[in-house]
Design a protein around this ligand. Sequence first.
Ligand code: SF4
Length: 201
Amino acid sequence: MPDYEKLTRALEARGFRVSFFPTGEEAAAYLTGAIQGKTVGAGGSETLRQLGLLEALSRENTVYSHALPGADRAEAIRQAALAQVYLSSANGLAETGELINIDGRGNRVSATLARHETVYFVVGRNKIRPDFAQALDRARNIAGPRNAVRLKLSTPCAVRGDRCYDCQSPDRICRALAVLWAAPTGVGTTEVVLIDQDLGF
Ligand code: SF4
């Protein structure tokens, strides 16, 4: 089990707002209560999909995500970057407070650094590791290959399903790495929503 007390202290010391929920259901209820009447952006996220968050938020907000059925992909990415609120998960989170995401198109990592009122990182316990090196290793060798398998890509990690091969495949989904050492300043609030449940890749 992650050391949530240590993690919360580390994140708060780095300027993040932190909330904690035992289950995804409780976290989803919190977020749908906190986000109302807003434009909301999100990239592709298995965590958000598992929680049904984008559909739930669509009831009281205008949600832009290329992951929503029937979405105009390019327009959804453009509008998501401009939204008042942005949601993402993380590929790795260190108990020392560093938050890591790897991206293929770059829309998700760039949007998490852009000017929104609030950015929420919704993070299941399976993303948490004791330190930065292990969190980065998790992002590269677990999140990357599992997403490549999910997307049925022609990459060595998708074929073997075991680790990252630092491939140069045209299908490579690991093209940008963003590490938040601290909550960005001057861009609104950055909140990490911790959930004591395995979610996403
Ligand atoms: S760099 Fe290539 S091999 Fe490594 S996880 Fe990404 S897609 Fe897979």
